[in-house]
Structures are given as C-alpha cells and as structure tokens.
Write a protein that binds this ligand. Sequence first.
Ligand SMILES: C[S@@+](CC[C@H](N)C(=O)[O-])C[C@H]1O[C@@H](n2cnc3c(N)ncnc32)[C@H](O)[C@@H]1O
Length: 503
Amino acid sequence: MPDLPRPEFDAALRDALGETGAVGATVRQLATRLDHRPDRVERALTELRLRGDVARLGRGLYVLRDFERLDGRSDFVDPAAFVERFVRENGIALGAYAGPITFRSNESLPVHRWWPYVQGYSADFVRGVLDAAQLGRRATVLDPFAGSGTSLVEARRGGARALGTELLAPAVLAARVKTRFELPARVLRAGGRRTVERGRRRAPGTLPFLRETRRQFDPGTLDDLTRLRDALPRDETPITEALRLAFGRILIPSSRLHRSPCLGYDRRHRPSDRSPFDRFLEAVDEMAADLDSLASERAHWGPAARIVEGDSRTVRWPAGSVDLAVTSPPYVNGMDYVMNYKIDLAWLGYAHSYADLAALRSAEVACDNLPRTETLPYRSVSGSIDPWLDEILPRIRDNVARKRSYRRDDVHAVVRRYFSDLVPVLTNVRDALAPGGRFVLVVGDSLLAGTYVPADLLTARLGASLGYRIVSVEVARPRRSGQRRSFVLRESVVTLERPRSAA
Ligand SMILES: C[S@@+](CC[C@H](N)C(=O)[O-])C[C@H]1O[C@@H](n2cnc3c(N)ncnc32)[C@H](O)[C@@H]1O
C-alpha cells in the first residue's frame, strides 16, 4: 500500500498500539496490521520511544506509554470510592446479575445468528428481563438503541408489541428482517437460488466508494460480490430485504477483514475456495431453516414489530404507550459504529460517500471518533449535567494535557457530550413509559485518560435527576480496560422506573 504521510502514519501506529493495550505488539505484528514495511514501522517506533510516547518491553514488544501509575496518584478516584458514594447518596447497594449477557451465546441461536453483531447482548438476558417484568399479553416493549434487534426478536416471540429506534441502516435492516417471523421460507429459498443464478451470469459491477475496497477483498471475490449484489432484486419487499441481509452477512466473512470487535485486517486471512455465491446460499438456507422451526410458535407471537431508522435523541414514541424499555446504549468513548459498519453501509447502498458517513457519525451518541467541531459546545469542564461529571471532566482534561501524546485533546468534551446525548434519550423513554414502567439499560464503565468514569452509576444518577426511581444497579461481568489491560472494568444492568405518581 502507498506510504501514509508522517503524521497520519504516527497516528495510525499509536492507534494500533493502543488497541493492544498493555499486551503490546512486535514490529512485525504492527507492520502487518498497518500493511506497511517493518523497517518504516521500526523507525517510527524508535522516534516515538525517544519522544517518550512508546516503551519497549522484553521480547521485542512495544507498548503505548500509558499514564503514570494510577494508584498512588492523588487525583485518581477508584471504582470502589464511587460505589461507596453512590450507596451513601442513594441508599442502593450494587447487586449482582447472573447469566450470559454478551452476544456470543446468540451466534448459534435461530434468528439471532442471521447477523452477528458483536456489540449486541444476549437473547437470554432479554428473556430474563421480560420474564421478570411479568408483562401481560400484548404489552409493548421498546428498545431505543435497537441494534440488530435482539430485544425486539425476544419481545415479539414472547407475545409483546416490539418497538425500536436505531440509527444504523444495516442494523435496522437486520432488526426488521429478524422480526418478520412469518416470512415464507420456501419463497426465500427460491429467491436466493434465483439471485445466485442471475449473479453467475452477470459481468462484474462497479465498486463501492470506499477507498480501500481493493485491499479489503481478494480480486476474484470482489468481482463475485459485485455480481451477486447487482443480481439482488431491487424492490423493497420483505423477501428482498431478507436477501439483502443475507448478502450483508457474508461481506466480512468473504473479506480480508474481521471484527474483533473493531474492524481491522485479519492477519490470518487466506484466500478461500468458498465463493460469495456459496456463502450467500448457506446464509439463505440457514434463515429459511430457522423460519421453518419458528413456525410452531406462531400462536405466541406478538403483533408485527415497528423499527424506526433514526436518532433516538429526537425520535419520540406515544406518551405512556410502553410497558418496558430495554437497551444497551453505546459505551462512553466506545465503538464508532459508523466506521465499524462502513463496509455494510457502502455495499448495501445506504451510504454513497464519505460525507454520508460523516453525517451519520454526527448523529451517533458521542464516540471517540466524533469530529472535533462537534465537541466545541462541550469543552467547558464545569456546569455539566451532573456534579460527579463536574469532578471527572477536569481530571480527564488535565491528564490529557499532561501526556500530550493522547489521540485527541478534547476527550473530556467527548465524555461530556456522551452524557448530554443520553439525556434526551432517557427523557423520551421516560415519557413513552406507562407509570410504573421500567427502563433496563446494560452499561459499561470506562477508564479514559487515566481517569475512571463510572458510566453505570452516572446513568442511574442522570435517570434520577430526570424523575426516574433507581430500582437497582447489578454488576453483570468484569471487562478489561482497552487502555490498561490490568484495570478491571465492569458491565452493569441499570434498572430505572417511571414512578406511578408521575404525570
Ligand atoms: C450496544 S449497540 C445495541 C445492540 C443491541 N442491544 C443488540 O443486541 O443488537 C448500540 C446501538 O446504538 C446505535 N446508536 C448509536 N447512536 C444512536 C442514536 N443517536 N440513535 C439511535 N441509535 C443509535 C448504534 O448504531 C448501535 O447499534
């Protein structure tokens, strides 16, 4: 690949090292990851070492120099201190949530497996929440960050009316197709076969706008994918959408990329003799088999699901119409969903230019890739929406200033914008809930610029400030910090309730 200019190359190198956390990476590993010559990587690493940005461990491993030791630093407030304070201020001790919560267990489950969404949560988790809520038949369940539709599939299977909002068109497609249980499997199979027959007869088509497309796929695969894409029916019927989803699903497995969970080049990639046509037919057959197996539950299904493609900060649902809301919002400073799903957005025809991707990113709940112009109104570190944040934001800003080498100098503003983004969502859901209705959120905390951010407790506090009652905060699993592998973070289930007395 052509040499990247110096500042971009250093930034890419820092990002690649940052992703390996305290484990670090060798010159060769970094060269493969960045697709650049090892000698250039080594030269850049040497300079970054001299500048104090990078350290060399034994065994040829390089790590991004993190912030000074966290413990012992006078400004570091650790998780336990925040928990203690939360208990003192709210009279609620943290509980424990038992059961699988990550998407992994969905990968082998009928329907859920149609579109593996690493950022999703488990169907088991949603079923547990639905059971605990003891909803009557025909209850309404809302997911304001619906993702690939895990909550909606389970809600409809359990007899509820499922409503969702989701920004990302490929995820909306997945959620819509996955909740159409009545799709005739026979027609889907036949549609899949006809598409493949048409595709095999076609000439290769044009490539999507993404600059790296040729690098992302082996040449023969790339031609076949364009032929298959151009053979997909063009109408907007449920069968066409299901075929489009099957096509979307095979994109990453057909490429030189993987999501783990961020999109990146797969060092172990080898050209495969499984053509996109074969993969597509397998995906269609799997969907058809799941639809057949689901048919026996038909008597229990709730009414057709409704999924709105849009920004949850502005999409509103009828007041008092929702019995239960359940979701997992993006995490603070976490995944840039637009970047991570740019392949799907481009190939499925939902984005036609980098400007389209940028517009979507501005509507996303704030993440680390937010354009700098978007954080301008959030740069102040005081007078935020929560007194705890007013303590946390200056620490982040000061640590970033101290280290200089941080990827962006407005991290505190990204964090401030993140929590500000949650406010309208919490407000819209509160208004949509019937009195006594609950909002269950799976939230992860963060370590940012050497500063601990208790996002679960902050979300609960924001909820309380907006008139919810905090029912519980239950720790579901430990996670490793991407910045400092030894630092243990957590993922929690925050349950809020719209009080019955609320107007
Ligand atoms: C953690 S994922 C939800 C995954 C989902 N629970 C599942 O199992 O598939 C968060 C989702 O929020 C979406 N999102 C981000 N900003 C949004 C916004 N402003 N409005 C609606 N959805 C948004 C992302 O595209 C992503 O799909």
